[in-house]
Design a protein around this ligand. Structure first.
Ligand code: KG4
Ligand code: ZN
Length: 341
C-alpha cells in the first residue's frame, strides 16, 4: 500500500511516499527557515505563504523521487494538529482536494504521535507498551504508548518547550535562530560543569517539566557575571564563556529529561523509550540518554537524524498503521492547532 504523507504544521513543507508503512520511497522537505531568521523566530504569516507557494512542487518532487504517479497512491495522510493554524490548513486543504479528486481515503495524523512514531519507521520492531518522549520547538511531553493510537499523556512542560528554551538562550547569546544546532556545536568546546544552572524540578511527583527558569538564569548569569565589565568593553561575550554557558545550560536541561524519562519507564514497567522531535537530533543528548538507558536495562530508540526534524515520512508511516486499525477521516477534517496527545 502506497501512502502519500503531507506535513505543514510549522515552517517545513514535507511530502513523502511510504510503502506499507515501512519503506520510505521518498521524503522531500522544503523549509522557510531562512525567511524567519531575521525575526528570531517563526512568523506564522510567512510560514503559511511559503507552504502555499511550494506545496505543489514538494508533492511533485516526492512522487518523482518515489518513481510513482499520483494514480498509484492508495491513501493520503496529513498532519491536522498541533501546529500553526494557517500552516496546517494549507496541508489539510491540499490533502482533502487530492482525496476528493482521486477518490482516495484520507487520514488526519497527530503531529506529536508522528514524532514518536518516527523512531519506529522501517524495520524497528518495538513492543507495546513503551514510553514516548516528544522534544521539539513547541512540545516537551512524556507519553505512555499502549498501542497504535492509544497514547496517554504522563507529563509535559508547564512553560517553555525544550527547543524553545534552546532558541531563547541562543538569542540571548547572540547566536541566531534556530538555537538547538548552534548551542550543541559551541557546547562541544565548553565545560558542562562550569556553571551550575538547574532546571526547575517540580517535586510534585508528576512527570511535568519547567524550562523557563533556566532561560532566565542564563540571562541573569550574563548580566551579573564577573565577565560583565569585559562584556561591556567588548560588546560581546568571549567565545570560551559562550561555550561554557551553552554546555552548562544543555547539560542541566538534558539531565532533567533523562531523569524523568528513565523514572517513567521504571514506574510503568516498560523496557523501551522512544524519542522524537527536533531536539532528538542532539548527539550529546543521544549519548547520555542511551547510556542511562543501558544502565537501567531500557532500550532507547531514536529516529534516524533525517526523521528527527519535521518531515512527512513519519506522517505517512503512522497514517498507514492507523488506517490498518480502521481509523479514517472525512472531508470535514480541519486544523486543530492545540491538539494534545
Ligand atoms: O520538531 P521540530 O522540527 O519542530 C517542531 O515541531 O517544533 O523542532 C524544532 C526545534 C527547534 O526549537 C530547534 O532549536 C530544536 O528543535 N533543535 C535542536 C537541535 N536541532 C533542532 N535542539 C537541540 N539540539 C539540536 N541539535
Ligand atoms: Zn515537530
Amino acid at each position: 500500500m502506497l501512502v502519500l504523507g503531507i506535513e505543514t504544521s510549522c515552517d517545513e513543507t514535507g511530502a513523502s511516499v511510504v510503502s506499507d508503512g515501512a519503506e520510505i520511497l521518498s521524503n522531500t522537505v522544503a523549509s522557510s527557515l531562512e525567511f524567519h531568521k531575521r525575526y528570531g523566530g517563526i512568523v506564522p504569516e510567512i510560514a503559511t505563504r511559503y507552504h502555499v507557494e511550494v506545496i505543489n512542487y514538494v508533492i511533485k518532487d516526492a512522487l518523482k523521487k518515489a518513481k510513482i504517479k499520483l494514480d498509484d497512491i492508495d491513501l493520503i495522510a496529513v498532519t491536522y494538529g498541533p501546529g500553526l493554524v494557517g500552516s496546517l490548513l494549507v496541508g489539510i486543504s491540499f490533502a482533502k482536494s487530492l482525496s476528493y479528486s482521486l477518490n482516495l481515503p484520507l487520514i488526519g495524523v497527530n503531529h506529536l504521535w508522528s514524532h514518536i512514531y518516527s523512531g519506529l519507521v522501517g524495520e524497528r520492531n518495538i513492543e507495546f507498551p513503551f514510553i514516548g518522549l516528544v522534544i521539539s520547538g513547541g512540545h516537551t511531553s512524556l507519553v505512555f504508548c499502549e498501542d497504535i493510537g492509544k497514547f496517554k499523556l504522563l507529563g509535559q512542560t508547564k512553560d517553555d518547550a525544550v527547543g524553545e528554551a534552546f532558541d531563547k538562550v541562543a538569542k540571548v547569546l547572540g547566536l541566531g535562530y534556530p538555537g538547538g544546532p548552534v548551542i550543541e556545536r559551541i557546547a562541544q568546546d565548553g565545560d558542562p560543569n562550569s556553571i551550575g544552572f538547574k532546571p526547575t524540578y517540580l517535586d510534585d511527583g508528576s512527570y511535568d517539566f519547567s524550562f523557563s527558569g533556566i532561560k532566565t538564569a542564563v540571562l541573569y548569569y550574563i548580566r551579573t557575571s564577573p565577565n560583565t565589565p569585559r562584556l561591556r568593553r567588548k560588546k560581546s561575550l568571549n567565545k570560551r564563556l559562550k561555550s561554557d554557558i551553552a554546555a552548562s545550560f544543555q547539560k542541566a536541561v538534558f539531565d532533567s529529561l533523562v531523569e524523568k524519562s528513565i523514572d517513567s519507564c521504571k514506574s510503568k514497567g516498560t523496557g523501551s523509550l522512544v524519542v522524537g522531535g527536533g531536539v532528538s537530533a542532539n548527539k550529546y543528548f543521544r549519548a547520555i540518554l542511551t547510556k542511562a538507558g543501558s544502565e537501567n536495562g531500557i532500550d532507547v530508540v531514536f529516529p534516524p537524524f533525517e526523521l528527527s526534524l519535521d518531515n512527512a515520512a513519519m506522517v505517512a508511516a503512522l497514517g498507514y498503521s492507523l488506517f490498518k486499525k480502521g481509523v479514517k477521516s472525512d472531508l470535514n477534517l480541519t486544523a486543530e492547532p492545540n491538539l494534545g496527545v
